[in-house]
Design a protein around this ligand. Structure first.
Ligand SMILES: *Cc1c(COP(=O)(O)O)cnc(C)c1O
Length: 224
């Protein structure tokens, strides 16, 4: 292994204040890298491709908590429903309902985060703040017994300007408070703010993050 996963992992963990958890993003990295981090006590890993995830789930220890972090097509939910702990990037009622259906088949509750689109980049993924309010105002999500909405997820713009990145995290934090007060004030499970990646997790933890998703800093560059 050319990458010192253990050292990198502990460096990242050392930068996280108490109460902030690390999702080690292992997509495109071999399972030996995951084993190295697991050996150091890391238990939460994030993947973004259903096929790759399946192979890793079968080969690796059963007490790993797997998070699905990328865009998830509705027709892929059934493959990950038996084991996925959290689906981080839910951006439609349609996807929520499909998760409900598939989780019910396995008699499980799947945790999810609603993905916000705040960054300046053009992307088809993520809810605008207004679309997120509309989804929650619709109220249908309250009927879902096998889906637990645990918070919000977002990616900041991929820029060097740290003040812009901080502003976007603050916008997401303000929105979290709004949503928490309006829809989830009696739900202690709604508490997660998943923001911060390799290049900006140190900023994220100063701006409301409870969960950072760090890949490259731990495992090195991905080979696609
Ligand atoms: C790949 C990915 C990450 C990790 O990115 P790094 O820059 O390697 O830390 C985090 N979040 C999402 C949604 C990703 O797709």
């Amino acid at each position: 292994m050319e990458v010192d996963v253990a050292r990198n992992l502990h460096e990242v963990l050392g930068n996280l204040p108490e109460g902030v958890r690390l999702v080690a993003i292992s997509k495109f990295h071999p399972k030996e890298y995951i084993e190295a981090a697991y050996g150091e006590g890391q238990r939460i890993f994030g993947e973004s491709h259903e096929q790759e995830l399946k192979g890793k789930v079968e080969a690796l220890p059963k007490d790993i908590e797997w998070h699905f972090i990328g865009h998830l097509q509705t027709n892929k939910v059934k493959y990950i429903a038996p084991y996925i702990a959290m689906i981080e990037a839910v951006d439609s009622l349609k996807l929520l309902k499909e998760i409900e259906k598939q989780a019910a088949k396995h008699d499980r509750v799947i945790k999810v985060l609603l993905e916000l689109h705040i960054a300046e980049e053009e992307t088809k993924y993520g809810l605008t703040l207004e679309a997120c309010r509309q989804l929650l105002d619709g109220g249908e999500w309250r009927e879902l017994r096998h889906v637990q909405i645990c918070g919000l997820m977002m990616m900041a713009s991929n820029v060097d300007d740290e003040s812009q990145i901080a502003r976007e995290f603050d916008e997401a934090s303000d929105f979290f408070r709004e949503i928490k007060a309006k829809y989830f004030s009696d739900d202690p499970e709604f508490k997660e703010r998943s923001w911060g990646m390799s290049h900006d997790y140190r900023i994220a933890v100063r701006h409301g993050s409870t969960m950072v998703r760090v890949g490259t800093t731990i495992f090195g560059p991905r080979v696609y």
